[in-house]
Design a protein around this ligand. Structure first.
Ligand SMILES: *Cc1c(COP(=O)(O)O)cnc(C)c1O
Length: 377
């Protein structure tokens, strides 16, 4: 069976974990956490990077930092993972969903402005498959209406918008190192703070509402409870794993881009002949090869394709279900239709994608997809 995902170990993970354990300090903000913070801040120019236990936690920190409360409105795409939205609902926000654009699954920026009200507090764009949203338009709206922007950059490590790293553009950004992402630590995430005003408080919220971080840096004599917060920081064992991954970031990215290009070039003819749609990458965006998906003509064809590939020992999977139609939200939604998000819900399928996918395996996957479309239809 060719699986959909396989976590890749670069080789140094257990060595660094052992080092972290032997250092005698395995709680948060140890040696490896600091190394990871430094790496991300230097490489991508983030004002401040803070590892968290997940991207979900980073988004929850963002919602606390923005003081989201009952009645505040948050503008988000419907085609996303639940955490993008949950983080804000936990604080009582009203969610205003937006459809995806015509070109790719990202939020349709043309629809945002008329959804802004005096209660709107933030826009949370998701860089789907690591492909940038149209950030100039989003930031212009944010400036015009005094809104915050939180980038859900869970899938977007090492990807760029007009040369700017994703995660460096919004006031805040959240990354994921879940085992399905490009670089991983099992579970893991990172909050990025680009707006100076949030830096100090972010450290406090991450440390259970205490100013312990400042205390450990020797900036204050004793630490205490100064704000709300929770325990959002990961053990240094997790950071040790992650550090082994980031040391190999370039290698991982090169390999993934090669796999992505092979899929794209091999399946192009199916798109040119109108059988499927392939991802399209706007001129302003780079491709970080997080994911390779194809879009089928309808839900029946997709189920049929998934079944056909499964019979041939290939595991492909669909992705999000429009959140405005989820069992939890359907009664709360204002009734606006989101046809593109619904189409993606029905028709998008993700192909096996991981570092150790061999050329032979990829050839088989491509051959079987072509067989399905050329022979069966
Ligand atoms: C993976 C993902 C998340 C959640 O990440 P965790 O680290 O598992 O919490 C959130 N948003 C998007 C868009 C994701 O792809």
């Amino acid at each position: 069976m060719i699986g959909f995902n396989k976590p890749y170990l670069t080789g140094k993970e257990t060595e660094y974990i052992k080092e972290a354990v032997m250092s005698g300090k395995i709680s948060g903000d140890g040696i490896f956490t600091k190394k990871c913070h430094q790496f991300f801040e230097q490489k991508y120019g983030f004002r401040k990077a803070l590892l968290t236990t997940s991207c979900t936690d980073a988004l929850e920190m963002a919602a606390i930092l923005l003081d989201i409360k009952e009645g505040d409105e948050i503008i988000v795409p419907s085609y996303t993972f639940v955490s993008t939205v949950n983080a804000f609902m936990l604080r009582g926000a009203k969610i205003v969903f937006v459809d995806s654009g015509k070109d790719n699954p990202n939020i349709d920026v043309e629809l945002i402005e008329k959804l802004i009200t005096p209660n709107t507090k933030a826009i949370v764009p998701v860089h789907y498959a690591g492909i940038a949203c149209n950030m100039d338009k989003i930031m212009a709206l944010a400036n015009k209406y005094h809104l915050f922007v939180v980038e859900d950059a869970a899938q977007a490590i090492d990807s760029f918008y007009k040369g700017k790293p994703l995660g460096s553009i919004g006031h805040l950004a959240a990354f994921s190192f879940h085992e399905t992402k490009n670089i991983i630590s099992g579970e893991g995430g990172m909050l990025v703070i680009n707006d100076e005003r949030f830096v100090e408080r972010a450290e406090i919220i991450r440390e259970k509402g205490t100013n312990r971080s400042a205390f450990f840096r020797g900036e204050i004599d004793k630490y205490g409870w100064v704000d709300i917060g929770s325990s959002f920081l990961p053990s240094d064992i997790i950071a040790a794993f992650l550090y082994a991954q980031i040391e190999n970031l370039d290698d991982i990215q090169n390999k993934r881009k090669h796999i992505w290009n092979t899929y794209y070039n091999s399946l192009r003819h199916l798109e040119e002949t109108g059988r499927i749609k392939l991802p399209s990458i706007p001129d302003y965006a780079t491709n970080n090869a997080h994911m390779f998906y194809i879009i089928c003509s309808n839900v029946h064809e997709r189920s049929d394709l998934i079944k056909y590939l499964k019979e041939n020992d290939i595991n492909v999977v669909f992705h999000y279900l429009s959140l405005h139609k989820s069992p939890f939200y359907i009664d709360k939604h204002d009734g606006r239709e989101m046809p593109v998000s619904d189409e993606l819900t029905d028709c998008l399928v993700r192909l096996p994608f991981y570092y150790e996918l061999t050329q032979e395996q990829q050839k088989i996957i491509i051959r079987k997809i072509k067989e399905y479309y050329y022979d069966k239809n």
